[in-house]
Write a protein that binds this ligand. Structure first.
Ligand SMILES: Nc1ncnc2c1ncn2[C@@H]1O[C@H](COP(=O)(O)OP(=O)(O)OP(=O)(O)O)[C@@H](O)[C@H]1O
Ligand SMILES: [Mg+2]
Length: 248
């Protein structure tokens, strides 16, 4: 099993939208586990058709296995996740051990993180094979990006483990029609071009509908749904290749 962590300390940058679609996408070809670590539980709502009886918080409490609920299995977020922040750091290692114990049960695990650099996000990083960082264009800050990269390096250094593969910064609410956004995107590319993921998720009303209707954009009707589907599926195809998921 390889583990993809979707993180950015910044809120509302499209993390949960990407994890939901990644879950749907990867479940077409792999045994897929999705872990919702955000107590806001938006992902738990959107992927509600695939919920396990296991709550995400249990993975931190003791080494826990999640029985498969089909091609896609989702551990639910609860308010109890906030409790993970109050306890010592040992729970982080328990979370890592829970995932390690499922190495043969799933091909890929995708983790949605809360918008904070706290125990839960550190636990996710400790278990990560790869990290994808959705970003906004309007409100990006180079300081925020540096902080994100520091957190990834810091967790690996502290626990003396190899760093996860950094897949890149992925503009996830990109408004192509806005000249200002296009200019800011160019500026961002100039500063951190090498860190950018090859692709963007455009800003589209369809994504809010996808979350509400609990279905991916590519199963919706219409030309713009087809366009959105092609765009976001291409991103996951690249993730699949970069993580070499087909090679186990
Ligand atoms: N590409 C997009 N186009 C339009 N709306 C989007 C897009 N991506 C996400 N959204 C919407 O923007 C809002 C924030 O997105 P999302 O919940 O995925 O962000 P997040 O980074 O997970 O937020 P948080 O940090 O609060 O967990 C949601 O209402 C979502 O439906
Ligand atoms: Mg979220």
């Amino acid at each position: 099993m390889k583990t993809l962590v979707v993180m950015n300390e910044k809120g509302g940058v499209g993390k949960t939208n990407i994890v939901a679609h990644a879950g749907w996408y990867f479940a077409e070809r792999y045994r897929t586990l999705v872990v919702d670590l955000d107590q806001q539980a938006n992902l738990t709502m959107t992927l509600g058709a695939h919920l396990s009886t296991v709550e995400s918080v249990e993975l931190f409490a003791e080494v826990t296995r999640v029985p498969s609920a089909g091609a896609l299995t989702v551990t639910r977020s609860t308010r109890d996740l906030l409790g993970v922040e109050g306890v010592d750091r040992a729970c982080i290692e328990t979370f890592r051990d829970s995932l390690a114990g499922m190495a043969d049960d799933y091909d890929v695990c995708i983790i949605d993180t809360p918008p904070a650099l706290t125990n839960r996000t550190f636990g996710a990083l400790l278990a990560a094979s790869a990290v994808l960082a959705p970003i906004g264009i309007n409100d990006y800050s180079l300081a925020g990006i540096a902080e994100l990269l520091r957190a990834i390096k810091g967790v690996s250094a502290y626990y003396k483990r190899p760093e996860p593969q950094f897949l890149g910064l992925l503009p996830s609410l990109y408004d192509r029609k806005s000249r200002r956004e296009r200019e800011m995107f160019e500026e961002l590319a100039g500063h951190v071009g090498k860190l950018l993921f090859p692709g963007v998720v455009a800003k589209r009303d369809l994504y809010a509908r996808a979350a509400g209707e609990r279905e991916p954009v590519w199963t919706m009707k219409g030309a713009s749904a087809r366009e959105a589907g092609a765009e976001i599926r291409a991103i996951f195809e690249t993730v699949d290749q970069k993580m070499e998921l087909a090679h186990g």
